[in-house]
Structure formats: C-alpha cells, structure tokens
Design a protein around this ligand. Structure first.
Ligand SMILES: Cc1ncc(COP(=O)(O)O)c(C=O)c1O
Length: 349
C-alpha cells in the first residue's frame, strides 16, 4: 500500500497541528492545583462566558467531565433519566454506578432524542420504595444517534419539564461544537437550558486531550472537589489549555468542512449496492451505514476496509461508522467511497 491509511475511526485520532503545538509551547504555565495556571484560568473563564454560565473546570477527558457532572448533582441511590444509546450508558465503564452509586432510567427514541413525556413517565414520585430521580442527561450531538443535532425546541421542552419536576439537567456536549457550527446557534443558546455542560477539545477541535465542565459556582466548586477525588487534577495543564484556546480560535469554523465531507461520504455510500446510508440524517461529522448481510458482518467488512487502507469501526453487527475530521482531505473521502464500493462489488460477486 503506497497511500497512508485513511483513518475514519474517530475524530479523536487527529494529530495536533504545528501551529497548535507552537501555541502549546508558548502558553504561560503555573500550577493548576494551586489555581495559578493563567492559561487554564483563561480557558475556564472563556468557556464559562461562551456557554453563559458562571464557572468552568478543565479536566482530562470527556468521560471524566460527564462523571464529575453526575457526581456533583446526584447522591448514591439516585436515578438518572437518560437515553439508552448515550455515551454515559454505553461507554463509560459503568462509571455512574461505580463512582456515584446511580442507576439509569432508560429512555428510547430515534436518533438519541426523547420527549418531555418520556421524562414525566420515568420520573419517580417521592416514595421510599423508589430510587430518587435527580438528573436528566442529554447528548448533543448524539454519537450513536448518528451525530444528530437535537431540535432546539424539543431540547428546551425536555429541560423545562425536568426542571419543573425538580431535576437537574446535564448535557454531554462532547461534540456540541458541531451542533453550534451546523445550526448557527451559539454556545449560550445551546447551553441555556442546562445546569451543567461537558464539552471536549480532543475530538473535532483537534487537541491532544482536555474537556471542560461548565455550570454555576456551587456545582463547579463540587466538580473541583470530585476532580481531586477522582485523581483528575493536573499541574502545568496550561500546556493542554493552550491547545484548547488555540482550537477555539482556529478550529471551530472549519468544522463545517468536516460536515460537508460527511455529506459527501453519506451520498457516496448511499449509491453503493448493499449499503444503506441516509445523507439526510447525517447532520454533522459522524456517518453511520448498514451493510447487507450478504456482505458479511460489520467486523469482517471493517477488516476488508483496513486491508484496503480505510480504518473504520463496526458499532453493531451490521453497522459501521465513518468519522470525518481535521486530518482527512476531500480526495481521501472520495477514495474511501471508491474503496468501499470496490469491496462491496468484489464480495457480492
Ligand atoms: C458523546 C461522547 N461523550 C463523551 C465521550 C468521552 O470522551 P473521552 O474519550 O475524552 O473520555 C465521547 C468519546 O468519544 C463521546 O463520543
């Protein structure tokens, strides 16, 4: 193989650009455990202002950001109302149970969305037999929902009903940046209905690590305490916050390009016999497609893709995900479509 592999496994595979590395090198540093890293402080203030909240806390990962938001807004024995396909439910190693003692009240719904009625139905009245409903968690964009962007009014309605029932609301906004750019609604608009929001710098924004949790002073005070308890405090973390500040300045607007690439991919995949892919519901940079059983299962199909220079992951038996990002070019997108089409033709012969 002469070409470098086209890595569509995730937007987390991006390498920091030279300009980002320079920004990291130049970032003034302190010791964030003492609260005097100026770059971390600047990033936290910037993110709190962006999302229209009072405070923010910089943490190593999206998983930790979500788990801290949960720990800070629940007590052991509580229930979290959440979509069953959410990252928090599926991919955080049972953290909500292990770290916060919470169980899930699972909602279902197409594309990762649900309704105010779903919340009302799962809400537990005050009765000592029941776990206490305390938190509703949404994900936007929704990863397994296909990078889907919540309809803003539906999201507001869900949060309004949740608050009226006395529940806290959390947004797993690992990829909220994509929703902001695609919808042209700003961070404060998406953030307004929530008590806490987590957002990642290490996905579409191209940083090596780092996430933020935003919320009110009291909650973020608790987040800082639990960050220490969970082992997530860092020292000269301005080196990472420097990357995040650079990304907010330079990598936000360009997400539009990733979305255009994703649409191109989805349309190209849709045109292949044996592949089902809906360009209409490909809202952002995650492209999900289903392969016909005659093409084998997702895992064996991915092995063929890998052998032919396209790296991707099967998420279910017939379902595969391609992710566009900073390090994939338009010609590579075209080549990925061609390679997928060639494999399908070859296998179905
Ligand atoms: C929706 C969502 N939330 C949270 C995370 C966790 O982020 P991290 O890998 O930084 O822990 C991910 C990671 O892919 C994600 O897709």
């Amino acid at each position: 193989m002469t070409n470098k592999p086209i890595d569509l496994r995730s937007d987390t595979v991006t390498q920091p650009t030279l300009a980002m590395r320079n920004a990291m090198m130049e970032a003034p540093l302190g010791d964030d455990v003492w609260g005097d890293d100026p770059t971390v402080n600047a990033l936290q203030e910037r993110c709190a202002a962006l999302f229209g909240k009072k405070d923010a806390c910089f943490v190593p990962s999206g998983t930790m950001a979500n788990q801290l938001a949960i720990r800070s807004q629940t007590q052991p024995g509580d229930e979290i109302i959440i979509h069953g396909e959410s990252h928090i439910v599926r991919y955080e190693a049972g953290g909500a149970a292990a770290l916060s003692g919470c169980s899930f009240a699972i909602v279902e719904g197409a594309r990762g969305f649900f309704t105010p009625d779903d919340v009302k139905e799962l809400f537990r009245p005050d009765d000592f037999h029941f776990g206490r409903s305390s938190l509703v968690s949404l994900e936007n964009t929704h990863n397994r929902g296909g990078g889907s962007i919540w309809p803003i009014q539906q999201l507001r309605d869900v949060c309004e009903v949740s608050h009226s029932l006395g529940l806290h609301t959390h947004l797993d906004g690992a990829r909220i940046w994509h929703a902001i750019i695609e919808s042209e609604l700003d961070a404060a608009t998406w953030g307004a209905p929530f008590d806490t929001i987590s957002a990642c710098f290490s996905k579409g924004l191209g940083c090596p690590a780092g996430s933020i949790v935003v919320g009110n002073k009291e909650t973020i005070h608790a987040v800082r305490r639990f960050r220490k308890m969970f082992g997530g405090t860092m020292r000269q973390s301005g080196i990472l916050a420097g990357a995040a500040n650079f990304a907010l300045d330079n990598h936000l607007e360009r997400l539009k390009t990733d979305h255009i690439h994703a649409k191109t991919l989805a349309r190209g995949l849709h045109a292949i016999d044996g592949v089902a892919c809906d360009a209409e519901t490909t809202d952002t940079n995650l492209v999900f497609f289903d392969i016909d059983k005659m093409l084998g299962d997702g895992a064996s199909f991915c092995r063929k893709l890998w052998e032919n220079g396209v790296l991707a992951e099967a998420l279910d038996s017939q379902r595969i995900r391609f992710v566009t990002h900073l390090d994939v070019t338009e010609p590579e997108i075209e080549r990925a479509i061609q390679i997928t089409a060639d494999i399908c033709k070859h296998v179905s012969k």
